[in-house]
Design a protein around this ligand. Structure first.
Ligand code: 4AD
Ligand code: MG
Length: 460
């Protein structure tokens, strides 16, 4: 007998087939006529499969009438056209096997509605809810589109290391990786005796290593987990998050911006096309504007604005901001959101930031004050992409490293790229969780990654 997923069994052209479907019971409703309806879900799609169970089944009283939310079952029977609204098919059960019970006294998803805060405390069970199932499917679609886009554009997927010795962003927000301490006296905790014979950290970005491949293979991207020990308890920051970082030889900042715009439009266009049912749920239950905002991004032209112009606009806006705006100061989320949500109501690419607030690797402009940086800002989330053209001139790079008090010796391999066959190049990083947040309208970044790591939280 063919085994079907719920998604397959819900298709109208499956009517008439005898099949087996397995999944978890969402609800059971008993009818006066001596039969029951089960809503079965297996995560293959948002919707449930309705199972109609006749009271004639031999285990109707012993098993079926004891089924509650969370029980796992295997059902065989014939798929029939359903008279009910919102579903093409239903499964008329010939046999129901209970695979696993879920004691209603202790099963925590018995109640229909829980707060997202509570669900974070049962992160192992929350994928069984409508919301987290939908988030997981949209996240998967986004990852697939990321790979499709870059592969179709001729990019090479490279794997940059998770453990590294260099602080790409120079912000000193790294987690140390060590085997010292647990079984040794603290006196021995010097780096020479450590596992790698030197200090090592979890990477904050794969960019520097990706540059080595771009400067030999052309267009590459890396996509993996990155880590930041910044103590920011916000709805947009995680200590462990995923980032996709394309890096392109012979690209300048304009090429970089054009690529970022095409890339985001492709990813969100795919979500609209392939996650219709999930997106309708987000628009109905989570964020009214979820679908319209995505359509807006796909159809709009991203606005390009220099940092200097942005600061002037903000100063003239007449808005009261919590943090003051002044040239040379980093923009805060409230400033970014004002620009993209209120002033322009579309994605905005800010570029050419002051050198003093950006990392050492960004290319210095002729004014000697600004660098070829870019941030892509979107409504609700703010910064979703950060990138730049890279400094390819050895002498300028050395000066920038000195100005930011970096130890040039430990970046010898990075500066070698400028010593041997240096080329203009550029790249950017897209935060995966902020992308999922933006697509779904989920308010908190902790609810778009399966197991969020934030200060004080790493239980699962
Ligand atoms: O702007 P960032 O720090 O840029 C870089 O790391 C560059 N090395 C990327 C590159 O040019 N290859 O980070 C890039 C993006 C941000 O725009 C944001 O979307 C996301 O990564 N991000 C975070 N997401 C979740 N939690 C955090 N703590 C994040 N920090 C950055
Ligand atoms: Mg940034």
């Amino acid at each position: 007998m063919p085994q079907l997923t719920v998604a397959q069994a819900r298709l109208a052209d499956s009517v008439g087939e005898n099949v087996e479907v397995r999944g978890w019971v969402r609800t059971r409703r008993d009818s006066k006529g001596g039969f029951s309806f089960l809503e079965l879900n297996d995560g293959s799609c948002f919707g449930n499969l309705q199972v109609v169970v006749s009271g004639e089944l031999t285990n109707y009283e012993s098993d079926v009438l004891r089924l509650t939310a969370g029980c796992s079952i295997a059902v065989t029977g014939e798929l029939k056209a359903s008279p009910a609204k919102g579903q093409a098919t239903e499964l008329a059960a010939d046999e129901i096997k209970v695979l696993g019970w879920a004691d209603p006294e202790t099963y925590q998803l018995q109640k229909k509605r829980h707060s997202f805060e509570f669900l974070r405390t049962i992160a192992h069970l929350r994928p069984r809810t409508n919301t987290f199932g939908a988030v997981a499917r949209v996240r998967n679609q986004i990852c697939r589109s990321i790979h499709d886009f870059f592969q179709e554009e001729g990019f090479l997927y490279v794997h940059t290391p998770v453990i590294t010795a260099s602080d790409c962003e120079g912000a000193g927000e790294m987690f140390r990786v060590t085997t010292l301490g647990a079984n040794e006296k603290p006196a021995a905790a010097d780096a020479a005796n450590d596992f790698f014979g030197r200090p090592a950290f979890l990477t904050v970005s794969g960019q520097l290593e990706a540059e080595t491949y771009a400067c030999s293979l052309g267009k590459v991207y890396t996509f993996g987990p990155t880590f930041r020990a910044e103590n920011s308890n916000t709805s947009r920051h995680l200590a462990e998050f995923w980032m996709v970082e394309p890096e392109m030889a012979f690209f300048d900042l304009d090429d970089n911006m054009a690529l970022a715009e095409r890339f985001l439009k492709r990813v969100f266009g795919d979500v609209l096309q392939h996650c219709d049912e999930d997106m309708r749920f987000f628009a109905e239950r989570i964020e009214d504007s979820a679908i319209d905002t995505l359509k807006g991004v796909v159809d709009s032209e991203f606005l390009r604005l220099s940092y200097t112009e942005a600061v002037e606009l903000l100063a003239k806006s007449g808005k009261k901001f919590e943090f003051p705006v002044g040239w040379g100061q980093d923009l805060q989320a409230e400033h970014e959101r004002y620009l993209t949500e209120e002033k322009f109501r579309c994605p905005v690419i800010l570029h050419d930031y002051p050198a003093t607030i950006k990392p050492f690797y960004m290319r210095l402009n002729d004014d000697g004050k600004t660098v070829r940086a870019m941030d892509v800002l979107v409504p609700r989330v703010g910064e979703i992409i950060g990138g730049s053209q890279r400094e390819e001139r050895l002498d300028v790079l050395a000066e920038r490293m000195a100005a930011q008090e970096l130890d040039a010796d430990s970046y010898w391999w990075y500066t070698d790229l400028r010593r041997y066959g240096t080329v203009p190049h550029a790249g950017f990083g897209l935060g995966l969780e902020r992308t999922v947040q933006f697509a779904t309208g989920m308010a908190n970044i902790r609810d778009v990654i399966p197991f969020p790591r934030t200060p004080g939280h790493a239980e699962f």
